[in-house]
Ligand binder design. Structure first.
Ligand code: GTP
Ligand code: SPV
Ligand code: MN
Length: 602
């Protein structure tokens, strides 16, 4: 196969072989240019794959609806295909590589007939950084090309960086017939390969994101001595110009984008903080020459949740999505704009909902439940450069940023206090392993189903999670100074189901304490789970939080905690001999600390 763009023989042979399998009518190599973007947009509008939105009100914006059964990641169809099942571990679906390739080959066979195969060279991370990894995605979806163009560094410059021998992740995607019964998301870490067929939903098809930047990258990180995590990164700048960085892992739809785009609350405005949004979903972290942990955001855009995003909750996201944004699975208004629940209090009098049906406010389905205009997992795709708190110097830095603190979070109506600090790195790994979250569509006032999601990586760890815990422990041992590790919970509720903590911008009050602790500036109170702030340590200026609420936010009730231990022990027991001894001991130590509290009470 001759090609004027690259002389990378392995790449050319692979593209040729995949084209023989999928039999597209045409192959187009994407260069990432503006003219290519315009051409693809117009073509997609022509076929109905995209709808052009009101260009006066929303310049450069487009609208897309996925198939009704293709609106979220399908974890039950997602596999880690390693030669040994043990290497995928008990929390991943596993298939033997030969069987997986064979099954998928049947689905890919002829799937691109009548379509174009696009070749997308992309880089996760700044081109040329030690952190960065190159991938090439083959796809028959223009929607995927246009999304990858926003989410990654994409085009000719990447092929140049790849040269004639560079390593890359082979990513093959076809929508095929978008049939959920003929859908597979397969990862072959040993071959640095991803095959995804039968879906058109972001997390399943933007293969640079969860598939490469988390599943494949976490495997590479374990082999090469670095970490790929489901984490936001934000910088907190003090008036003296000093910036400290925090990385945070929260399960899907639990507040990473919102925390990354935090706006300081009125009561703290006089302190003159400035927040920099480094990343909202993925962090790649390495130990620097100075022995500290350094991180980059390998992405170039946001694929963020829309419902609940409005001027009151996330004004910076609203600024970010004013132009050049792709809106997926929201409602389409007659004037060519879009609407979703939580955008504002002015739903359109009529619209087309995410399923493509006529919609009016107040509509009920046959069971009397409100019909949603937008799917709860509807999303925006927007360039990170459009975020008002974006900092190009940080974003393009090939060294990344030093991480002062790591925070773990989740949605918990009870149990977990607003914030606590682990005793040390090793205990922080144990605390991360306890992360659990309610199902994100939990009903108001009613506690949702809780699932354990260690480090928010349960659906994204590309290898045995027992080895993953070990890797975390070993990384800590290799660091000269380790970030302090905290757990937070913005979602604690009172008996009436009302959030106890205002959240959003006010979360800066908690981050302030986290940095003070990391800088050794404040004392704390020791509890059986870790350190919590001393009374008056949190700056609550302007909040009017009543003392009872504050007490409730920090309540650590053994009667609530101890019954949760069994589920955690059972979860960790799955890993058998792969479970690091340290975590076993930490389970026992925690139990003992709680027993001591009970003894003192009686
Ligand atoms: P993924 O993109 O799925 O990985 O999710 P994410 O972790 O980035 O979640 P995101 O920030 O988009 O938040 C999801 C939902 O949580 C939105 O509806 C937010 O409005 C809500 N949310 C975020 N932060 C807070 C908070 O501090 N308090 C409360 N009550 N809700 C929040
Ligand atoms: C998540 O589900 O955690 C996301 C969205 O960030 S997706 O990219 O679809 O996985
Ligand atoms: Mn995510």
């Amino acid at each position: 196969m001759k090609n004027e763009r690259t002389n990378h023989a392995e790449l050319l042979n692979w593209v040729k072989a995949m084209a023989e399998l999928c039999t597209p009518d045409r192959i187009v190599w994407c260069d990432g240019s503006e003219s290519e973007k315009k051409r693809l947009e117009q073509e997609a509008v022509g076929t109905g794959e995209l709808v052009e939105l009101n260009q006066e009100k929303m310049p450069g914006c487009f609208y897309h609806r996925t198939a009704v059964n293709d609106v979220a990641r399908t974890e039950h169809l997602t596999y880690i295909c390693t030669s040994k099942q043990e290497d995928a571990g008990p929390t991943n679906n596993w298939m033997a590589p030969e069987e997986a390739y064979e099954k998928a080959r049947q689905l890919f066979k002829g799937a691109m007939k009548g379509r174009t195969m696009y070749v997308i060279p992309f880089s996760m991370g700044p081109i040329g950084s030690v952190f960065s990894k190159i991938g090439v995605e083959l796809t028959d979806s223009i929607y995927v090309v246009l999304n990858m163009r926003i989410m990654t560094r994409m085009g000719t410059a990447v092929l140049e960086a790849l040269g004639s021998k560079g390593e890359f992740t082979k990513c093959l995607h076809s929508k095929a017939d978008l049939d959920i019964y003929r859908r597979l998301i397969l990862h072959f870490p040993e071959d640095n390969t991803i095959w995804s067929v039968g879906s058109g939903y972001g997390g399943n098809v933007l293969l640079g994101k969860k598939c490469l930047a988390l599943r494949i990258a976490s495997y590479l990180g374990m082999k090469e001595g670095w970490m790929a995590e489901h984490m936001l990164i934000l910088g907190i700048e003090k008036p003296n110009g000093e910036i400290q960085y925090v990385a945070g892992a929260f399960p899907s739809a639990c507040g990473k984008t919102n925390l990354a785009m935090l706006v300081p609350p009125e009561g703290l405005k006089h302190k003159g903080y400035r927040i920099w949004t480094v990343g909202d979903d993925i962090a790649w972290m390495r130990i620097g020459k100075d022995g500290r942990l350094w991180a980059i955001n390998p992405e170039n855009g946001f694929f963020g949740v829309l419902p609940g995003t409005g001027p009151a909750t996330n004004p910076l996201a609203m600024e970010t999505i004013k132009e050049n944004t792709i809106f997926t699975n929201v409602a389409l208004c007659p004037d060519g704009t879009v609407w979703w629940e939580g955008k504002d209090d002015n739903p359109p009098a009529e619209a087309i909902d995410w399923k493509g049906d006529k919609w009016q406010p107040g509509m009920k389905d046959k069971d009397g439940k409100p019909v949603l205009a937008a799917h709860p997992n509807s999303r925006f795709t927007a360039p990170i450069s459009q975020c008002p708190s974006f900092n190009p110097k940080i974003h393009e830095s090939t060294e990344g940023v030093p991480i002062s603190a790591i925070i773990f979070g989740g949605r918990r109506a009870g149990l977990v206090p607003l914030v606590y600090e682990s005793f040390n790195w090793r205990h922080g790994v144990f605390v991360g392993s306890q992360i659990a979250s309610e199902r994100t569509a939990a009903q108001f006032g009613k506690q949702g189903e809780v699932r354990l999601d260690p480090m928010a990586m349960l659906p994204f760890c590309g290898y045995n999670m027992g080895d993953y815990f070990k890797h975390w422990l070993e990384m800590g041992k290799r660091m000269k100074s380790q970030p302090k590790v905290f757990r937070v919970n913005w979602f604690r509720r009172d008996q009436n189901g009302k959030f106890l903590w205002p959240g959003f911008g006010d979360n800066l009050r908690v981050l302030e304490w986290i940095l003070d602790r990391s800088n050794g500036k404040v004392d704390a109170v020791e509890t059986p789970i870790g350190y919590i702030p001393k009374p008056n340590s949190l700056d609550l200026t302007g909040l009017n939080l009543n003392p009872e609420t504050l007490k409730e936010l920090f309540d650590i009730d053994p009667g609530e905690w101890m019954p949760t231990f069994l589920a955690e022990e059972e979860f960790l027991a799955q890993f058998g001999s792969k479970l690091p001894q340290e975590l076993r001991e930490d389970l026992e130590d925690r139990e003992k600390r709680f027993q001591a509290v009970l003894k003192n009470k009686h």
